[in-house]
Design a binder for this molecule. Structure first.
Ligand code: AMP
Length: 404
């Protein structure tokens, strides 16, 4: 079904056309009609499914023309707030609606001026929004549409309490659109509290990884990990690659070593200043940097079209993060490759990820980096284990009792 059959007005369709979109994605098909009717929507949709347009198009149509600040969109990170603000500006090109954004890490001046001049849609991160509310530079009493985006990540970064305070300040008779990649019980409870008789939408299994992504895992001795990364980058025909590190310090170290090998590298993590983060993202998007090294929280939900490869230098700590990381590639029907580097200590985490996504990840080897066989800790005084240890399983360590 084309966009023109979803009940969208001409000036909104023009905005969609100018973005070069083809047909609507499943989340757009299912969320736009009820949202246009004013219904509350709770949607679980993995990242990269086109959910920004799924909430942006109906809200722009319902706001219609310039007035008070009537729509609030909450985002968990500055990067997402900026990205959604840009998308809203693009979609609203053929309307007279004004879009504004408030987020931390930058000065208050320009945000105050924009708020004073009047915005119809405000995209905000909770902390900075509450600062503005305390300073009296923003009021939520005219909010008609509230969008809670990436709610699971809001909770991960500790925004549950501020988010609830903000929701409580919005008028009760509003429309609420609620998006989360996963809907565990605590998030479902929050949705029950914040929404009225919502239409429930689940796009794909929230645990599934983007189907167009080919993914694999390389087992490597910890000491050879960086060399494998280098060899992999050398072998791959990549346009742009994101490398995930578990820690900020680790990300800096990988970036430094890659630069020493003449790779052009951007770094994205929470310890970098807002200007550094903007420069990193813009440089990566424009092609100035071919590689971006990032931590999970900083990179969550960020839309970078055409990321050809994701490399998990460190295996994700939580299985859901695997799905989010892989979501960076293969966005909106592009295909991509995703590789994870593991050592023997990571086998349990890998098994948890495979259980979570319901799929086995292909084991790959790169010439010269074949993993050493696991040591065989079979004590002499026990009968030999007849079954050889299976690949991918860590043989159980036995304790030797000391003989006198
Ligand atoms: P999102 O999940 O909203 O971050 O969207 C992921 C990417 O898909 C963005 O680059 C969007 O511009 C793009 N996109 C969203 N909807 C469509 C569509 N119907 N057709 C083509 N691309 C789309």
């Amino acid at each position: 079904m084309p966009f023109s059959k979803l009940g969208l007005a001409k000036h909104i369709l023009q905005g969609v056309q100018s973005m070069g979109y083809g047909d609507p994605t499943p989340i757009q098909l299912r969320a736009i009609p009820p949202a246009l009717e004013g219904r509350d929507v709770v949607a679980s949709a993995q990242t990269g499914t086109g959910k920004t347009a799924a909430f942006a198009l109906p809200l722009l149509q319902r706001l219609d023309s310039h007035g008070k600040c009537r729509c609030l969109i909450l985002e968990p990170t500055r990067e997402l707030a900026m990205q959604v603000e840009t998308a809203l500006r693009d979609f609203s090109r053929f309307t007279n609606l004004r879009i504004g954004a408030v987020f931390g890490g930058v000065g208050y001046g320009a945000q105050r001026t924009a708020l004073k001049e009047g915005v119809d849609v405000l995209v905000a991160t909770p902390g900075r929004l509450e600062d503005h509310m305390q300073q009296g530079t923003v009021r939520l009493d005219a909010i008609e549409i509230l969008v809670l985006d990436e709610v699971d990540r809001m909770l991960d970064v500790g925004f549950l309490a501020p988010m609830k305070r903000i929701i409580a300040k919005c008028p009760k008779n509003r429309q609420t659109l609620f998006f989360s990649a996963t809907l565990p019980p605590e998030i479902a409870d929050l949705a029950n509290w914040a929404l009225r008789d919502p239409v429930k939408i689940e796009v794909g299994a929230s645990r599934s990884v983007a189907s167009l992504v080919r993914h694999g895992v390389y087992q490597v001795e910890p000491a050879a990990k960086f060399d494998l990364l280098l060899a992999l980058l050398g072998e791959l025909d990549f346009e742009s690659a994101i490398i995930f590190s578990r820690t900020k310090h680790g990300a800096d170290k990988i970036a430094k070593k890659l630069r020493a090998q003449n790779h052009s590298v951007a770094v994205l993590h929470a310890n970098r200043s807002q200007n550094q983060r903007i420069e990193a993202l813009q440089g990566f998007k424009s092609g100035k940097y071919e590689v971006m090294v990032a931590t999970d929280i900083a990179a969550r939900g960020i839309d970078i079209a055409g990321v050809s490869h994701v490399i998990n230098y460190d295996i994700p700590q939580h299985p859901e993060d695997y799905v989010h990381r892989i979501g960076r590639t293969g966005r909106a029907s592009r295909s991509g490759d995703a590789f994870t580097l593991i050592s023997r200590e990571d086998f349990k985490k890998l098994a948890a990820i495979e259980r979570f996504i319901g799929q086995r990840i292909e084991r790959l080897t790169l010439k010269g980096f074949e993993p050493k066989p696991a040591p065989a800790p079979i004590p002499r005084d026990t009968p030999p284990n007849s079954g050889a240890s299976q690949q991918g399983h860590r043989p159980r360590r036995r304790r030797f009792s000391r003989r006198r």
